[in-house]
Each structure stands twice: as C-alpha cells, then as structure tokens.
Design a protein around this ligand. Structure first.
Ligand SMILES: [Zn+2]
Length: 141
C-alpha cells in the first residue's frame, strides 16, 4: 500500500472521520478562510503553528478538497515550502503535489465508501465527493 493511502487510513481510524476539516482541527492545525484570488489554498508553518489557508470564495466541495490536499502537506511535507494550490497546478506532476493529491483522493474516496456505494460509478462518487475527475486515477483499489 502506498504511504499516502496508509496515512489517510491511519487518520480515518484514529479520528473516526474522513472529514479533512475535522481531522485538521483534531491535529491542532488551524484553518483560515481568506481572499486568495486565483489560489485555491496553501499550507504554512510559522513558529511551529501550522495553518491551512483556504480561498473563502470556493464552493464547499472545492474547499473540502483543498483542505484535504493541504492537510496532506501538513502531514507528509511539514518542513517543505509547498507551492500555492491553483487550479492550473492541480494536475501538477511534481512529487509532493502528486502525493498530496493522492492523500486527498484516498481520504475523500476511502475504500469503505466505495464498498458502500457499489451501485454507482467511481466517477459519480468522485463528483459527489468533490474530487476532480482528472485525479481519480490516483485512487488505489
Ligand atoms: Zn500542494
């Protein structure tokens, strides 16, 4: 199993939820909604205080995906100066961006959810869960 999936499953088990906002809160990571123009969100650490910044103008589903992506950085890349998440870079091939997207996909489309909804396709489920269709290939089944 990939490390991103393991990290996501470990957190879902520990906090008994797959909501990235709730997991962030439980982990003491701040969430701030801000005006960010074209940026979906970013992650910052200042004096050991971790903060996920989210564009306040996004839809709820886009905010959820952004939170999951940035939560991944806070867990997998806490010491890395990660780039701002933008729509155009959502499909970035850089290693840390792909890892963050993989974590987000595994968190928002966990195996148990797929099991519960075998009657609908993965792409329909992705739509409902706010996972960009172009990232579905990251789901490990
Ligand atoms: Zn990122």
């Amino acid at each position: 199993m990939r490390k991103e999936k393991m990290a996501a499953e470990r957190l879902m088990k520990k906090y008994n939820t797959n909501c990235p906002f709730q997991i962030a809160r439980e982990m003491g990571v701040n969430i701030q909604f801000e005006r960010l123009k074209d940026t979906l969100g970013y992650f910052s650490t200042y004096k050991r205080i971790k903060t996920i910044h989210i564009n306040q103008e996004l839809t709820e589903l886009d905010q959820q995906f952004t939170c999951a992506h940035e939560l991944a950085h806070s867990i997998l890349h806490p010491a890395v100066n990660t780039p701002f998440l933008q729509r155009s870079t959502l499909f970035s091939v850089s290693k840390i961006e792909r890892e963050a997207n993989t974590f987000a996909v595994e968190l928002l489309l966990p195996d148990y959810l797929l099991c519960e909804h075998q009657d609908i396709s993965l792409s329909q489920l992705a739509l409902i869960r706010g996972v960009p269709r172009q990232l579905m290939y990251l789901k490990n089944r």
